[in-house]
Design a protein around this ligand. Structure first.
Ligand code: FAD
Ligand code: NAD
Length: 433
């Protein structure tokens, strides 16, 4: 007799939302969590970063008040109280984590504290206890990738995103290794708080998953705001307070108070004994099909651990697909319509194919709508006219293939395009809505 219908390893946005959803379907569920309920997203990811960015943006707006005809603000006296900022961030995180704990309790999900590993394909071990389940969901998330090809020597202030969230003072200078989403959001945050920021990125553009036209505009804007980007820079070594890199055939170096390592994240599978029970991998990630099944049919892998799209809402939705499969409802995960946002000013929000990807697939059979935000009323009123709206449509059917927005509040707008794409609406239908 198995004890639970579903055992979930990991209490992040993938795991906790799946367990609550399973309970709502009448299934008896348990979540195993080794560190903190809420996972990366609530504790050391999405939520704390955006709480810090909120303050950086308020600070910037207040300093800029005179531009909006507000008098009496002495810009040189405005400052951020880092201790109060950390306290506010912690309070936001605590409220959300307690909310999740309450939801788990309210839905009668059992929470087991500790590190879980597979004893066999229906049994998990935690601190010497064995717990059995009909289905097992691996939702163990990801951790910071520390690249073996970058040597770390001497005494240095090397941070990952986790430590960078806890700074009690703003460093005078920071070097960010990696111009992906994490590197760019932290570069933006620290620049706004007053650090001198240098970003070293291997590729010839920042934000690898964003349409190149938008990524170039964002880079141009952040350069204007004072961030130094070195694109095509290959970092080889961090020694003491100096980062060594190759740039344009030259050996270069940059000194700074702190260094942030942000060259990606890797799925968490160590200590799980997943390979031991026969689960197959795709490199470091657990292999899954469109129903989120692994090669063992009653074992699923959702969220960052399957290495597909490392976003919180993707993890939650993959959990919905897995529960549907367990309940015999046969839903499939669609990876071509996942919105993703970068929280800068102006913001970036995108969904679907980039122009380069669409050209590769559809050749000339595209219509591309572009609108420059310099001509947009609300942007003028908001005092920030940098930006572009770009919508990519199949010329023959009118199907929306991708949308790439760069402008004020676009992270609040992408949902409309996302809903239209999910409903397989055409650009014409969206215009009429
Ligand atoms: P996680 O949230 O990582 O949760 C996994 C949980 O499993 C952890 O709590 C871990 O302790 C636990 N665990 C692991 N192994 C075991 C084990 N063997 N036994 C028991 N427990 C275990 N995404 C967005 O969509 N928007 C954002 O703005 C955003 N910002 C981010 C900012 C930063 C700095 C970072 C690092 C990430 C950000 N992300 C963002 C990504 C987002 O945090 C992840 O995609 C999301 O947390 C993945 O959810 P998950 O449930 O798969 O894993
Ligand atoms: P990433 O893969 O997005 O970016 C890593 C960057 O580092 C790449 O641009 C890569 O070219 C560069 N790089 C690799 N090796 C390098 C080297 N030797 N020298 C210089 N640059 C090098 O990874 P990330 O930024 O760490 O983010 C991890 C995940 O977290 C992302 O996949 C993202 O989905 C998620 N995330 C999302 C948000 C959001 O949605 N707003 C925010 C933060 C994180």
């Amino acid at each position: 007799m198995l004890q639970f219908d579903i055992l979930v390893i990991g209490g992040g946005p993938g795991g906790y939302s799946l367990a609550i959803n399973a309970a709502k379907h009448g299934l008896k569920a348990a979540v195993f969590e080794k560190e903190h309920v809420g996972g990366t997203c609530l504790n050391v990811g999405c939520i704390p970063t955006k709480a810090l960015i909120q303050t950086a943006d308020v600070y910037h707006k207040v300093k800029d008040a005179a531009r909006f005809a507000v008098t009496g603000v002495e810009a040189d006296k405005i400052a951020v109280d880092m201790a109060a900022l950390q306290a506010r961030k912690k309070a936001v995180v605590k409220t959300l984590v307690n909310g999740v704990k309450g939801l788990l309790r309210g839905n009668k999900v059992t929470v087991v504290e500790g590190m879980a590993s597979f004893a066999d394909t229906h049994t998990l071990s935690v601190d010497g206890r064995s717990i059995t389940g009909a289905n097992i969901i691996i939702a163990t998330g990801s951790s910071v990738f520390m690249p073996p090809f970058i040597a770390l020597e001497g005494e240095n202030h090397l941070l990952t995103s986790t430590e960078a969230l806890d700074l009690d003072q703003v460093p005078a200078s920071v070097t960010v290794i990696g111009g992906g989403v994490i590197g760019v959001e932290f570069a933006y945050l620290l620049n706004r708080l007053g650090s001198k920021v240098t970003v070293l990125e291997l590729m010839d553009h920042i934000l690898p998953m964003v349409d190149i036209e938008v990524s170039r505009l964002a880079e141009k804007r952040m350069t204007k705001d004072g961030i130094l980007f070195r694109l095509g820079a290959k970092v080889s070594r961090v020694k003491d307070d100096t980062v060594y890199y190759e740039f344009g055939g030259q050996n270069c170096q940059v000194k700074s108070d702190m260094v942030l390592m942000a060259v990606g994240r890797v799925p968490n599978t160590q200590g799980l004994n997943a390979k031991g029970i026969g689960i197959e991998f795709d490199r470091k990630a657990i292999r899954t099909d469109a129903h989120m099944r692994t090669n063992i049919p009653h074992i699923y892998a959702i969220g960052d651990v399957n290495g597909k799209v490392m976003l919180a809402h993707t993890a939650s939705h993959e959990g919905m697909v897995a529960v549907a499969d367990i309940c015999g409802q046969g839903e499939e995960m669609r990876y071509d319509r996942i919105p993703s946002c970068v929280y800068l000013e102006p913001e970036i929000a995108c969904i679907g194919l980039t122009e380069a990807q669409a050209r590769e697939k559809y050749g000339d059979g595209l219509k591309i709508g572009r609108f420059n935000m310099a001509a947009n009323g609300k942007s003028l009123i908001a005092g920030d006219t940098d930006g572009l709206f770009k919508v990519i449509v199949a010329a023959d059917t009118g199907e929306i293939l991708g949308a790439h927005l760069y402008g004020q509040h676009v992270t609040d707008m992408i949902g409309e395009i996302s809903a239209a794409m999910a409903a397989e609406g055409t650009a014409e239908e969206l215009i009429h809505a």
